[in-house]
Design a binder for this molecule. Structure first.
Ligand code: NAD
Length: 395
């Protein structure tokens, strides 16, 4: 089958197996080129391991520190004549590369919010891995079926209190326009907190603790975003921001438990805004990303998921280093994005952007390249005119 990109709004409904493998390999090569991350994780559980920041974390743990990894994710598998979602191919590529390097890698494709998937994970950890010393919680999901109540909660990306109007870009068509997003009601906030807040992370940690599968001194980490004030009404001060406040609450609760049992630690790492499947769905944010990419590339400080996670592991978590917490107890690997000179430049460009000058004032071209790469398209060395088998098993 010849597989070409089919972009529909902010998703691409096809994915290329060879291209996804090349994308994963790029990230592995980057991490390996930075050299070993000493005193790193030995046994890592990555929840949300197939794309974006979770995949970057898994690569840093495995190829930086030689960790055994168990990856949990929720991807549509391939079928005869139908490509999978990219995280399926990414996970196959990661697993093949890890095993070729002599590293243990296991995968669970299923709903991480469910009791059943947690049980499956505990079985693999007990049987094949031993106690976990790093838990990375990197889920980005539009919905969660609550394992106790059966209620399906849907997360939203909305402001609170009042409608929010700002510039946005249709990244596919290159059209800049104003968008107005109505505010969420309290039920919308509660649903978003139920999906993207910290309860499920706590359930994972409790399940591991109950099964005595947490190593003494274990680290648990989840990811958040803050960004500049242009995006606050839709992000930090919106429904997702409320969920992130709950994630921080969970981090404090998990931290207290881990400290009481073997001097472990739990915290939130605030990461850089990057093109991922999750971030491309947020109004306004893709325009911000296109601008900040331009500014950071011009300054020579642009990073992708692997670069961010390698730097997080190497300079904050391991290698003899300790996390440098902000006043709220968060690690800030968004430090370069939030530098005053970067944000001053973004603030200067933001009001000037129009459909006409979008290619000059922003890195919309880089945005599109990165977006297509998420689905395995546009990778150097991949022949996209060649026949490729879409149906690949995950072992
Ligand atoms: P992503 O869409 O690339 O990855 C989401 C992952 O979650 C995938 O592995 C997916 O398979 C998995 N997943 C989703 N629902 C699941 C379910 N029910 N069960 C099991 N797995 C499931 O997203 P991302 O951008 O890497 O986001 C990960 C985290 O990083 C989120 O907490 C996000 O808020 C945070 N973050 C993202 C950015 C950004 O700009 N992308 C910036 C800072 C922080």
């Amino acid at each position: 089958m010849i597989i070409k990109p089919k972009v529909r709004g902010f998703v691409c409904v096809t994915a290329h197996p060879t291209g996804c493998a090349a994308h994963v390999q790029e990230q592995i090569d980057f991490v390996k080129a930075q050299g070993p991350i000493k005193n790193g994780p030995r046994n890592a559980l990555i929840i949300g391991a197939s794309t974006g920041y979770g995949l970057g974390s898994r690569i840093a743990a495995a190829f930086g520190s030689g960790a055994k990894t168990l990856g949990v994710f929720f991807e549509r598998p391939s079928e005869e004549g139908r490509p999978a979602t990219p995280g399926w191919y990414n996970s196959i590529a990661f697993t093949n590369a890890a095993r070729a390097a002599g590293l243990f890698a296991a995968n669970i494709n299923g709903d991480a919010f469910s009791d059943d998937i947690k049980k499956q994970a505990l079985e693999i950890i007990a049987r094949d891995m031993g106690p976990i010393d790093l838990v990375v919680y990197s889920l980005a999901s539009p919905r969660r079926t609550h394992p106790r109540t059966g209620v399906v909660h849907k997360s939203t990306l909305q402001p609170l209190g009042a409608p929010y109007t700002n510039k946005t870009v249709d990244t596919d068509k290159g059209i800049v326009s104003d968008v107005t997003i109505p505010p969420a009601d309290e039920a919308g906030v509660a649903d978003t907190v139920a999906v993207m807040g910290g309860e499920d992370w706590e359930m994972w940690m409790q399940a591991l603790a109950d099964a005595k599968l947490l190593a003494p001194g274990a680290t648990a980490m989840a990811y958040s975003y803050i960004g500049p004030s242009h995006t606050w009404p839709i992000y930090k001060d919106g429904t997702i921001g409320r969920a992130k406040i709950d994630l921080e609450r969970a981090a404090r609760a998990i931290d207290a438990n881990l400290k009481a049992h073997g001097n472990g630690r739990a915290f939130i790492s605030v990461n850089k805004a990057l093109v991922t499947q999750a971030s491309s769905a947020i109004p306004v944010v893709p325009l911000y990303i296109s601008i900040v990419y331009k500014v950071m590339k011009e300054m020579g400080i642009h990073e992708g998921c692997a670069e961010q996670m390698q730097r997080l592991f190497a300079t904050q978590l391991y290698n003899g280093n300790s996390p440098k917490f902000d006043s709220e107890g968060r690690v800030r690997i968004d430090d370069w994005e939030m530098r005053a000179d970067v944000q001053a430049k973004v603030a200067e460009i933001w009001p000037q952007v129009t459909t006409e000058n979008l290619p000059q004032l922003t890195d919309i071209a880089g945005y599109r390249t990165e977006f297509l790469k998420l689905f395995g398209f546009g990778l150097p060395g991949v022949n996209y005119d060649a026949d490729v088998e879409p149906h690949v098993p995950l072992t």
